[in-house]
Design a protein around this ligand. Sequence first.
Ligand code: ADP
Ligand code: 5GP
Length: 213
Amino acid sequence: MWMSHDVSTCHQGTAMQGPRPVVLSGPSGAGKSTLLKKLLKDYENIFGFSVSHTTRKPRPGEVNGKDYHFVTREEMQKEIDAGEFIEHAEFSGNMYGTSKGAVQAVQAQNQICVLDIDIQGVKNIKKTDLNPIYISVQPPSIDILEKRLRDRQTETEEGLLKRLTAARVDLELSKEPGLFDVVIINDDLEKAYSELKETLLEEIKKTQESRKS
Ligand code: ADP
Ligand code: 5GP
């Protein structure tokens, strides 16, 4: 049984030894990036972020190649057609996707690969052999989510309403039994972060141990 936890696959048909990846999903504004940034800061060498491609415009402070690979729809479609993506989805009027290269770059460092993807991505990753731990980060309520998204000041009114509609769908679909291994309600940030660390403790320990040998 231990094999299923220690073998992940790099999607070119070859099984790769290495830590199990982690999928963080949940509505936009639930706090995924905030939790992820803390995790990547506290465990710099243990976790590596899978840098997705997106056709949306960068927000102030976002860095191309670090937060996302910001691309045009034409560029992205070309790479999808060439078979370079593990999954891709349309979200709130833009395309998002995980390239094989993004995951491989992290796995090549023997780091735990973390994917921040929407619920369509979760369903599509389930069809692959990536075998990640699936975590849904959820807000305490839709009202609180709306307030957080408004306070973040990253969206137009139209964009915000699209995200709220997507959030309702996400929260509904997330109820499917077995879709997620763990659901974390991000009410108090420190509490949510502790729960995230607790969920990943076993993989963190394993990765730390593997570094010693
Ligand atoms: P996501 O990555 O899921 O879209 P973010 O991490 O950007 O969400 O969080 C959305 C907004 O909510 C950000 O402005 C963030 O600072 C804030 N936020 C995150 N977690 C909490 C929390 N527990 N309490 C209050 N505000 C939070
Ligand atoms: P944002 O525009 O707020 O950065 O992201 C919007 C949504 O797209 C979030 O739910 C985020 O998880 C999702 N997302 C980001 N990258 C990917 C990806 O590569 N694939 C999929 N399916 N969703 C993604």
